[in-house]
Ligand binder design. Structure first.
Ligand code: 13P
Ligand code: SF4
Length: 354
């Protein structure tokens, strides 16, 4: 099938889906059709917890950054469709260079990855030759190429702990995650000055007001949030860790301080519990909620959404599977360097049972 120049310019397939798929019933049929095509093409659909609920529902596997990389490394599918941001697609391609890796919209970048361009990171690393370099997975492949070991929010603490106490370390690009890891490990890692625009937006004032209104609620915080927010947390962890805690604990009510897409899986796994998304600084009470199911009926909200993750729609997923495009490509020289710190992360994680 021909890929139009116009789509190449846009970075996704801008083709309307058949009219029959537009209604509520049609969307169910669209999901069934996506499943059918994926099976026919031996494609695996991987989705991050921050994508819209309909995308999570159609995926073969939904996970956090570590689990998605682990899944990609082990798949025997011919095609990997990564419904996540571009660096996640790059990680799949680096781990599976002979497979077709698709990201339904290649514009789905990440503010953390953008905050750490490879040339500036290279200069920073070269200015500190006596330091080992730890990079958060939210980086481009070119930045990972300047790294000794990659981490995710699921394994950062353990991987930092695996270095001798007197080893000098650089940690990039997330200053909030880096500061949090410094605080719990007693390290003084040198931090790159980057941040996630979604997690930095959370309002401490609104969180404290919600906490006063819901004194029994446990506060679940992603470590990309600012330190003042993490201090109020009952649990700080990756999306998967927050999900696990919320489902397995005896607690019934939660204030969720991470991208609101995670509430979809929290509600699916624990429908009897109450999950309240904490709003960002600049939210309006009247803002519409894009979450589906029971939560949308609460009309609470002003959820904090990642505009990049929300680029991965069911419609784009359908078109990308049909056309097997847009593919994610990584320069072979960069890939040859970046695979080492990624594999080191996967090896350490496997040894630790993560
Ligand atoms: P997790 O690895 O915790 O899923 O986080 C990914 C991410 O992009 C957080 O903003
Ligand atoms: Fe990147 Fe932040 Fe979006 Fe996660 S939430 S993908 S860190 S921009």
């Amino acid at each position: 099938m021909e890929i139009k120049q116009e789509w190449k310019d846009k970075g996704y397939i801008d083709e309307p889906i058949p009219a029959g798929f537009a209604s509520a019933e049609g969307r169910k049929q669209l999901a069934d059709e996506i499943r059918r095509i994926a099976k026919e093409k031996n494609a695996v659909i991987l989705a991050h917890y921050y994508t819209e609920g309909a995308v999570q529902d159609v995926a073969d596997f939904v996970g956090d950054s570590l689990a998605l990389a682990q899944k990609a490394a082990k798949t025997d599918a011919d095609i990997i469709v990564m419904c996540g941001v571009h660096f996640m697609g790059e990680t799949c391609k680096i781990l599976c260079p002979t497979k077709t890796v698709i990201c339904p919209d290649v514009n789905a970048t990440c503010s953390l990855a953008e905050s750490c361009p490879a040339d500036r990171f290279e200069a920073f690393v070269k200015a500190h030759p006596d330091h080992k370099v730890i990079s958060y997975v939210n980086t481009t492949a070119a930045t990972k190429a300047w790294t000794d070991v990659v981490v995710t929010s699921s394994n950062a603490r353990q991987i930092v702990d695996s270095f001798p106490k007197d080893e000098k370390l650089i940690f990039g690009p997330d200053r909030n995650l880096g500061a949090y890891i410094n605080s719990i490990t007693g390290r003084e890692m040198l931090l790159w000055d980057g941040a996630c625009h979604v997690h930095e937006r959370f309002s401490l004032e609104k969180l404290l007001a919600l906490k006063a209104e819901h004194p029994e609620a446990k506060v679940l915080v992603h470590p990309e949030c600012k330190g003042a927010i993490a201090k109020v947390a009952d649990v700080v962890g990756s999306t998967a860790a927050l999900l696990k805690y919320s489902v397995n604990s005896d607690d019934k009510e939660f204030l969720v301080v991470t991208e609101s897409g995670i509430l979809h899986e929290m509600q699916r796994q624990a429908p009897e519990k109450t999950f309240i998304p904490v709003p960002p600084e600049d939210s309006l009470e009247s803002e519409a909620c894009s979450l589906d199911g029971a939560h949308a009926q609460m009309k609470c909200c002003a959820c904090n959404e990642c505009n990049y993750m929300r680029m991965l729609t069911l419609e784009k997923l359908y078109n990308s599977l049909r056309y097997e495009w847009p593919t994610v490509e990584v320069d072979s020289a960069i890939s040859a360097k970046a695979i080492k710190p990624i594999n080191r992360m996967l090896d350490i994680s496997a040894k630790l049972g993560l």
